[in-house]
Design a protein. Structure first.
Length: 274
């Protein structure tokens, strides 16, 4: 437990420094490293047979999508079409050669799921930072909502949880904990506005933040459950062992998968009207 706490604090401080004042080039490198490690973890979770060719293809397509999202967010459709094109050609050739049609379709579906999963998890982080003058502050807000909300959900669920949220997938999660996660996200959003946000705070701003925060918190918790389902299907406790006491990259960033993309579009299309 002490290792988990110490490493968690150090990782949080490093993350806050990187997001708030770290060089953009370093941030891009960190995101790419996280994307690559996440892709490898996902591959190990869903595929029993190891394939360096598949892993290389997986990581390459994820890198391409992440860099595309950063340089041209309006071309986001590329990160869906390009993997579909490459993998379709690959598996059509494989199925035609071996006659394993069902397996080819299943493998194609799992690879596409993995690519989309990892892209949604980390691909929108740098575009959020570069979305406007307060981009770094908004990325900190996203992290606060996801990670602080998760912490609140854990402690509230431990102390007061009685009604199971998803007993087959994650027996320890409760409805009370989920509600605590939303409340915790709202609390940290208030602290963010008070001590970090440097933009203009209007009544309209409060209304939109009041809608955004619970939505992101709920989506983050759904992302956590989705990753738990993946681990259940693979009979794994953790997605990896990269982070001492915390498991793998997927275990720590799973809350971003369903919450980061809508948060980015909020930033891109609504921030100017706040």
């Amino acid at each position: 437990m002490s290792t988990r706490i110490v490493f968690g604090i150090l990782a949080a401080l490093l993350c806050i420094w990187l997001v708030s004042s770290g060089p953009m080039s370093l941030m891009v490198v960190v995101v790419l490293v996280a994307a690559g490690l996440s892709a490898m973890e996902f591959d190990r979770l869903l595929f029993k047979e190891r394939s360096k060719r598949r892993q290389l293809r997986f990581v390459s397509l994820v890198f391409l999508a992440v860099l595309t999202l950063r340089s041209a967010p309006e071309m986001a459709w590329v990160f869906l079409w390009m993997p579909l094109l490459v993998l379709s050609v690959q598996h059509v050739m494989k199925a035609n050669k071996k006659g394993e049609f069902e397996r080819s379709i299943r493998d194609l579906a799992m690879e596409l799921l993995g690519i989309l999963y990892v892209i949604c998890m980390v691909g929108f982080l740098v575009p959020i930072v570069e979305s406007g003058p307060n981009g770094r502050e908004y990325l900190l807000l996203l992290f606060f909502l996801v990670f602080a909300g998760d912490t609140f959900a854990y402690f509230v669920g431990t102390w007061f949880g009685k009604h199971r949220l998803a007993s087959q997938i994650s027996p320890k999660k409760s409805l009370e904990g989920a509600a605590g996660g939303v409340v915790g996200a709202l609390v940290f959003a208030g602290l963010w506005i008070r001590f970090i946000y440097t933009g203009e705070v209007t009544e309209n701003f409060w209304v939109k933040i009041g809608v955004l925060v619970p939505l992101v918190s709920i989506l983050a918790q759904m992302g956590d459950l989705f990753e738990s389902m993946l681990k259940r299907a693979s009979s794994c406790k953790d997605s990896g062992h990269f982070l001492p006491g915390h498991g793998g990259i997927l275990d720590r960033l799973d809350g971003l998968t369903l919450s980061a993309p809508p948060f980015f579009f909020f930033m891109r299309y609504l921030v100017d009207t706040l």
